[in-house]
Design a protein around this ligand. Sequence first.
Ligand code: MN3
Length: 247
Amino acid sequence: MDKRSFLKTSLLGVAGLFASSLRSHGMIPGMARKNYRRKEEFLQPELPYAFDALEPYIDSATMELHYTKHYTAYTQKFNEAAIQLGILQQPARDILKEVSKYPESIRQNGGGYLNHLIFWNMMSPSGGGMPSGVLLDAINREFGSVDAFREKFTEAAKNVFGSGWAWLIIRDDKLRITTTQNQDNPLMDIASEQGFPLLCLDVWEHAYYLNNQNRRYDYISAFWHVVNWEFVARRYDSYQKRMAMSF
Ligand code: MN3
């Protein structure tokens, strides 16, 4: 074997070893995304709309940064932690329901993964307006009117200290407004107020600072113009029928 072919063979050997070690960890980029039979990572689904689709209410630059940087980082770190713990096969929501069993990285990054997954769908270019049907009835029953609900939710979201989320949840067939710190989710067993999330709003500064600077209230007001009531209604319906949502 001359020097050149020896070098080539060795390099191929090293590359092969590297590839097989990646394969055994289910980490070959591009491959896992196509394989839905055996889950090898939590997927980062595409946004259901273009980055600029929610303009002027949510600006394109914020959406792009939020989705491609922040969300990607949560997804990657959640995958790393889940692979290490060998819990990739479970749905994210089931992992988070028992989050107290796991290291802090699962709480932070698993929370970040699931919260944003819900949140992207919580907004739509054809959103805004009013809820309807049984969801409207439930909101009227609990809060008196949609306006009263919006006011109360806005106030709660405005008052989250530092980074966190505002939620409309349902527990024991009763609607409630609650907030969480950091990336906590009301499904988590460590949440002070637990329940099934129907509606959520990210109030981390990264969700609005580029467009609204420190004016969180303006961002919350803008959110009501794009809120996807149909998605909230689907979540309400699945709760009522005791069906599992995919997220
Ligand atoms: Mn966020």
